[in-house]
Design a protein around this ligand. Structure first.
Ligand code: SAM
Length: 270
């Protein structure tokens, strides 16, 4: 099979994994990820007229903060997974200015001419994050804002996420993270920080099962099968502490502004 076939298969598996995870993701992860969603939306001050786009919106928790902040503005979420899109549309129901598009958000059509783009915890899943972040920047109109929050290669030194990485031992190449700021050549970088908030899980088994059935591990489970996951679970629980587990994962937030064009930014001459 050629590279196009591989990419199509990978996308289809990713979409299926999020279809299966959607309901559980909304219940387990959306409340735990809420502080990062709020931090991302809070970056979008002082934006020009125009639509707000949310690539990789999942069940669209961003909408609950965006809609009251900008009543009367068009807001669009884009997500690969039909299961996620279904829940996002439920969240958007009754607001005629909100649309949820099912599709690949790797590259966005510049015709959107967006006032703002905000994306939380999607970028690290894309096949080419630097190209994606550039495309998300390119859809902005002058003065527009882009804020992206993603999970970096190192999220924590110890804790439930670090232990999962350790037992999976995928040996991921995280060099793409160094390409993000260079990809935003020409942008005004407002903030590039790592943000940490406390997160609590009822226990190691509950977290592992949520990651498997309702989170990013679903794609791995589909690829490797139940026996592999059962083995992984046993290894995970053997090393995990007992009882409630609180940790402080760090996500990277990149917030940029597109400069006003010289014509738009120039003071009136008369
Ligand atoms: C961890 S969820 C994040 C959802 C939401 N932004 C939040 O903060 O809760 C990641 C989402 O990215 C979506 N996704 C992954 N790759 C995508 C792609 N190429 N195009 C569009 N969506 C994608 C998945 O379907 C999933 O819903």
């Amino acid at each position: 099979m050629g590279r196009t076939g591989d990419v199509t298969d990978r996308l289809a598996r990713l979409a299926q994994s999020w279809d299966e995870a959607a309901e559980g993701y909304e219940t387990y992860f959306v409340p735990r990820f809420a502080p990062w969603v709020r931090a991302a939306v809070d970056e979008l001050d002082d934006v020009p007229e125009g639509p707000v786009l949310v690539p990789c919106c999942g069940t669209f928790p961003e909408l609950a903060l965006l809609a009251p902040r900008w009543p009367g503005r068009r807001i669009a979420g884009i997500d690969l997974s039909a299961g996620m899109v279904r829940l996002a549309r439920l969240r958007a129901a009754g607001n005629p200015l909100v649309e949820v598009v099912q599709g690949n958000a790797m590259t966005l059509d510049p015709a959107w001419s967006a006032a703002a783009v905000v994306s939380v915890f999607g970028l690290q899943q894309l096949p080419d994050p630097a190209t994606a972040i550039r495309s998300w920047y390119d859809v902005l109109r002058p003065g527009g804002r882009l804020c992206v929050v993603y999970w970096p290669g190192t999220i924590e030194d110890t804790g439930p996420f670090a232990l999962l990485d350790k037992v999976i031992d995928a040996g991921r190449d995280n060099s793409w993270e160094d390409d993000l700021i260079p990809a935003l050549d020409g942008a005004v970088i407002e903030r590039d920080v790592h943000l940490s908030f406390p997160m609590t899980h009822p226990g190691a088994a509950e977290y592992f099962d949520a990651a498997n059935h309702a989170g990013p591990m679903r794609a791995l489970a589909l690829a490797r099968g139940d026996d592999y996951i059962a083995e992984l679970r046993a290894k995970y629980l053997a090393e995990a502490p007992d009882g409630e587990w609180t940790h402080h994962p760090r996500a990277r937030l990149i917030s940029v502004r597109k400069q006003l064009s010289r014509a738009a930014g120039a003071p009136p001459t008369s």
